[in-house]
Design a protein around this ligand. Structure first.
Ligand code: DX5
Ligand code: ZN
Length: 222
């Protein structure tokens, strides 16, 4: 199975959001990544339900919602109602992660857990069979356009090994600083979903960049 591309609308032009969503609809993007930040879990505030619902209204692709918020249990149903297909919570933000994952699944969404750069992959050993997705943060969450952390490759390999043993259908997603310089290497380390914000939206040819990230052999031409 080829890997999936999930452009992050955090880097879109919010004054022209419908235009940018329509570009994603036409592109080879597989999912639309939606970054929700609360100003507490991370030092930045992005957007919440109204913007997510507006994206959903125009999108023809599944919304991959990444909750960078404390105590996400309070808002799971709200994001399901706003159009989320996947809901990813942070390991560091959940006191009862197993319960949170069950609730996301009961809502009919794919359930994901994100790990900050300092959180070891081994923390997921006892929950990996319950997950649909693991998101490895390759920057500290909170902002787009940051520099990719090299230790990510090691973590991706570790989670791929764990998944091969216990949950072969697990999606392994990498988020932060993904661009044409690291996409192919991430996929060969075992990632099968790449999030890209600035790499896509700051590109002069956004659709070609998405296509390049989807087919790394094309990246050389960009
Ligand atoms: C960071 C977010 C990312 C961000 C990625 O906290 O979770 O999804 O939008 O943006 P780039 O690709 O610009 O690092
Ligand atoms: Zn994200």
């Amino acid at each position: 199975m080829p890997h999936l591309i999930a452009p992050s609308i955090l880097a879109a032009d919010f004054g022209n959001l419908q235009r940018d969503i329509e570009m994603l609809n036409q592109s080879e993007a597989d999912w639309i990544h939606v970054d929700v930040m609360d100003g507490l879990f991370v030092p930045n505030i992005s957007f919440g339900f109204p913007v997510t619902s507006a994206v959903y209204k125009h999108a023809v692709k599944p919304l991959d919602v990444h909750l960078m918020i404390v105590d996400p249990d309070r808002y799971l149903k709200g994001f399901k109602n706003a159009g989320a297909a996947n809901i990813t919570v942070h390991f560091e933000a959940c006191a009862n992660l197993h319960r949170t994952i069950q609730v996301i699944k009961e809502l009919g969404c794919k359930a994901g857990v994100a790990l900050n750069p300092h959180t070891p992959v081994a923390m997921l050993e006892d929950i990996i069979t319950d997950l649909d997705l693991v998101l490895i943060m390759s920057v500290n969450p909170g902002f787009g356009g940051q520099h990719f952390i090299e230790n990510t490759y090691k973590k991706v390999k570790e989670i791929r090994e764990l998944a091969d043993q216990h949950n072969p259908h697990l999606h392994i997603e990498v988020d932060g600083g993904v661009d044409k310089s690291n996409a192919a290497k991430l996929v060969s380390a075992g990632a099968n979903v790449l999030v890209a914000g600035s790499a896509v939206f700051s590109s002069a040819n956004q659709m070609a960049m998405i296509s390049g990230l989807k087919h790394p052999e094309k990246l050389l031409q960009l």
